[in-house]
Design a protein around this ligand. Structure first.
Ligand code: ASP
Ligand code: MG
Length: 431
């Protein structure tokens, strides 16, 4: 009997997850558009919202000035407040409730920056940057409430629990399952509004899931709530064969497998956060990528397909890369021990390698060129390795490559590294 009831609980309360990124809510018009899109959905919804526009970057400035105890911290925080005030002024006629709720958040932030920083940058980072999502969801929930009485605001820090690995919390799915079952229990005709990207520890400290992590939040919630689907609303019409901002001849890819999606995001496609696919694949939940500008168009679906999809060449280029080559000073082989040393240094800088290649006594890898830490990183490697590097290189990845497309994209460029298998060809070239 118990089992049957449990089963029913999920069948009668179908749920969809909509994720709105920063670009979709960067203005009052964006929030109104979100309302229109949400209004068309008649079933139960969870709306996962990112910080508005580029507010996460603006909050990173607040963190840096706070942590370095610089005087401009107040000015940096004021810029964040002003940005939201403009949007609120345009959105609400009666501003009493929204102003009071936001004041509470701003006061909390002001109180934090008046204290001394902690000894942990990452802890302070999460504590401050998370306000971007707390503010955006407060605005969105209040705005939707004007027309829909079934809105429920959820502070996701009480539902998604991570360890205390600040800035890239590891999610405890079992604990989060129990908490979310409870938080999202009353599902009938409800529209839940909650934050992407942020989470909490078991002692209720705020954590985040890594930059651009709101997609991942949407996928975690879909998994935990057994959602029917996730839709990510973007400023592009779907998953494209290349970045439409850079290339003219691009087309939309209507269907992709989970495997294709994960490979593309590994190659650096910014369409979805790399961690997004696993929680969905594990429960076979489809992921729709659609345009918030043309919401009625089909967009792309990432799902499991029982047949082979014939995909056209898909290409991704990541500019502003640096290619490093490390050679042990004592001429010893590059093997497990040396590699594990290299990776532990990279992990301590939170750096992600975008391509790697080994030879007998050298290890080459490509990563985002991060000016702040780069010289320090090189210095650290120099203790043990001879270090050579090229900045200003570009990493071109081509899935389903053909000779024509390789000629077109790589052509006469100087190639530093080349890797090719049946499905993927990757080139590190000078920009
Ligand atoms: N607001 C966060 C960021 O910009 C999370 C996200 O947008 O997905 O990184
Ligand atoms: Mg964002």
């Amino acid at each position: 009997m118990d089992k049957i009831l449990y089963f029913c609980k999920y069948n009668i309360t179908n749920m969809k997850i909509y994720k709105f990124g920063g670009a979709s809510v960067n203005s009052a018009e964006g929030v109104r558009n979100l309302q229109k899109i949400v209004g068309k959905e008649k079933g139960n919804l969870v709306i996962v919202v990112s910080a508005m526009g580029k507010i996460t970057n603006a909050l990173e400035k607040v963190v840096n000035s706070f942590f370095e105890r610089r005087a401009d911290v107040t000015k940096n925080l004021q810029a964040v407040i002003d940005f939201h005030t403009t949007i609120v002024d345009e959105l609400f006629e009666d501003k009493t409730t929204i102003t009071a709720e936001l004041k509470q958040l701003y006061d909390e932030l002001k109180e934090i920056i008046q204290q001394k920083p902690s000894l942990s940058y990452d802890y302070d980072y999460d504590r401050i940057v998370s306000f971007g999502e707390l503010i955006s969801t407060t605005i969105v929930a209040n705005f939707l409430e004007q027309e829909n009485s079934a809105i429920q605001f959820v502070d996701i820090r009480a539902g998604i629990k991570t360890d205390d690995n600040y800035r890239e919390g590891n999610v405890d799915m079992d604990l989060s399952q129990k908490l979310c079952d409870h938080l999202f229990a009353e599902r009938e005709k409800k529209v839940f509004v909650t934050q992407g990207f942020i989470a909490g520890t078991i002692t209720n400290q705020t954590t985040t899931l890594g930059r651009e992590g709101s997609d991942y939040t949407a996928a975690i919630l879909a998994n935990l709530l057994n959602a029917d689907s996730v839709t990510i609303w973007k400023d592009v019409p779907g998953v494209m064969t290349a970045d439409p901002k850079r290339y003219k001849e691009v087309q939309i890819i209507p269907k992709l497998s989970y495997k294709e999606a994960i490979e593309l995001s590994y190659c650096g496609a910014s369409i979805i956060h790399p961690k997004t696919v696993k929680p969905l694949q594990n429960k076979k939940i489809p992921l729709f990528v659609k345009s918030f500008i043309e919401p009625d168009k089909d967009g792309s679906v990432i799902n499991e397909y029982p047949y082979k999809l014939n995909l056209p060449p898909i290409y991704i280029d990541k500019s502003n890369q640096v290619l490093l080559t490390l050679t042990p000073r004592d001429f010893s082989f590059i093997a497990e021990e040396k590699l594990s040393k290299i990776f532990s240094v990279l992990a301590s800088y939170r750096l992600k390698v975008s391509l790697m290649q080994t030879s007998a006594i050298s290890f080459s890898f490509c990563m985002d060129y991060n000016k702040v830490n780069f010289q320090q990183l090189v210095q650290e490697f120099k203790n043990e390795f001879e270090v050579l590097y090229n900045t200003d290189v570009e990493l071109i990845s081509i899935r389903h490559h053909t000779k024509e497309i390789i000629d077109k994209l790589v052509g006469e460029k100087i190639v530093f590294v080349e890797q090719r298998n049946r499905l993927t060809a990757r080139f590190v070239v000078s920009e």
